[in-house]
Design a protein around this ligand. Structure first.
Ligand SMILES: CC1(C)CC(=O)N(CC(=O)N2CCC(N3N=C(c4ccc(OC(F)F)c(OC(F)F)c4)[C@H]4CC=CC[C@H]4C3=O)CC2)C(=O)C1
Ligand SMILES: [Mg+2]
Ligand SMILES: [Zn+2]
Length: 366
């Protein structure tokens, strides 16, 4: 009957739209992964990872059965918690950004298939089972995780351990076809890339990238910046690539960036609520009673994101320029809001809400 036909037509159109969105992850920066989440019954990581690993021919190269990869990535996705920010959509975002930057021309013929596999695997699992609180909070509350990992990169150790434990779930061992040498190298690379997403390593990333860019400037003879024979340099670049992807929210189209900002602030505020209830000092940015979201974002961009991406874009010129342009325009918009936000505090709300910051339906914090 008509109702049934209408329902099926809608379902078909949603699947066609989903397929188009997933296809666009091949070569588009800033795919709306919130849309992919909504259309994929909240399984964006499984859909996008399966698509990208097939598109890169990784499954064929390592004779990984599609069903095994599907079971593994589904098990990983199910272990991401429904935090406002550190959830499976964020994992998909970091995976897709890492995939995009591995295609930069400066990396052509640099990485082996195993290195690409390890980097994308690390991106997909890099925050699995994140509890929605920071390392410092886990340390301050004497959590089991902090005891287990002796306060050192507590979350990041947990993410990578759980990822490898998931391989031993029935039918999930995507590494079973790797030989001993490959398995050993893959494991070393994934551990180092996931541990490198700990923000306490942020300054070291900038130092390594500066050194690499400096060497390139001096040895102007070397056509390609990266020596494909230098495994250590390549591993450092993969670490920085995934770390940059983890810090890429302010470089995404404004409507996506603002949704990530809402989500991270809600996650930080919930931690602040816990700290208050435990009579602990409230961490920076975590006090929902007095926070200025735009000022925090200005600081986050100026002191954290831009210093890293500025050097990263110098290493990866010219492909990073369009992305750096988005950062610049987003920062201008944020700065304009700071002024308006101050006005609001003066009470004379001029009321001209910039339509950009209304992303239509208020994103429900899952
Ligand atoms: C420098 C200041 C003026 C401004 C400032 O930021 N802080 C806090 C601060 O420097 N840090 C370091 C980064 C930490 N951190 N922060 C993340 C994050 C993600 C998205 C954000 O917004 C938007 F892009 F969605 C965001 O906005 C921020 F404003 F909150 C923060 C994650 C990054 C990677 C791993 C886990 C998350 C992580 O470890 C948090 C503490 C200052 O202290 C002062
Ligand atoms: Mg993390
Ligand atoms: Zn992350």
């Amino acid at each position: 009957n008509d109702v049934e036909r209408l329902r099926l037509t809608r379902k078909l159109n949603m699947n066609i739209f989903l397929a188009q969105l997933i296809e666009s992850t091949n070569d588009t920066w800033g795919v709306d992964l919130f849309e992919v989440d909504a259309l994929s019954n909240h399984r964006p990581l499984t859909h996008v990872a399966l698509h990208l690993f097939k598109q890169r021919n990784i499954l064929k190269q390592f004779q990984i059965r599609e069903l095994t990869f599907f079971k593994f990535i589904s098990a990983i996705e199910a272990k991401y918690r429904n935090n406002p920010y550190h959830n499976n959509i964020h994992a998909t975002d970091v995976l897709q950004a890492s995939h995009h930057m591995l295609n930069f021309s400066v990396f052509k013929n640099v990485f082996t298939e195993l290195e690409v596999f390890a980097a994308l695997f690390a991106a997909a699992v890099h925050d699995v089972d994140h509890p929605g609180v920071t390392n410092q909070y886990l340390i301050n509350t004497n959590s089991d995780l902090a005891i287990l990992y002796n306060d050192e990169s507590v979350l990041e150790n947990h993410h990578v351990t759980l990822a490898f434990q998931t391989l031993s779930t029935e039918g999930c061992d995507v590494l079973s076809t790797l030989n001993r040498k490959q398995h050993q190298m893959f494991r070393k690379m994934v551990i180092s890339v996931v541990l490198a997403t700990d923000m306490s390593k942020h300054i070291q990333h900038i130092g390594h990238l500066k050194t690499m860019v400096e060497i390139r400037r001096l040895s102007s003879s070397a056509s390609s910046i990266i020596d494909p024979e230098n495994a250590e340099d390549k591993l450092q670049i993969l670490q920085s690539l995934v770390h940059c992807s983890d810090l890429s929210n302010p470089l995404k189209p404004l409507n996506l960036y603002l949704q990530w900002t809402d989500r991270i602030m809600e996650e930080f505020f919930r931690q602040g609520d816990l700290e208050k209830s435990l009579n602990l000092e409230v961490s920076p940015l975590c006090d929902r009673e007095n926070s200025n979201i735009c000022k925090s974002q200005m600081g986050f961009i100026d002191y954290v994101v831009h210093p890293l991406w500025e050097i990263w874009s110098r290493l990866t010129q010219p492909d990073c320029q369009p992305i750096m342009d988005i950062l610049e325009s987003n920062r201008v918009w944020i700065a304009s809001q700071v002024l308006t936000e101050d006005d609001k505090h003066d009470g004379d709300d001029d009321g001209d809400d910039d339509k950009d910051d209304d992303d239509g339906d208020d994103d429900v914090i899952r």
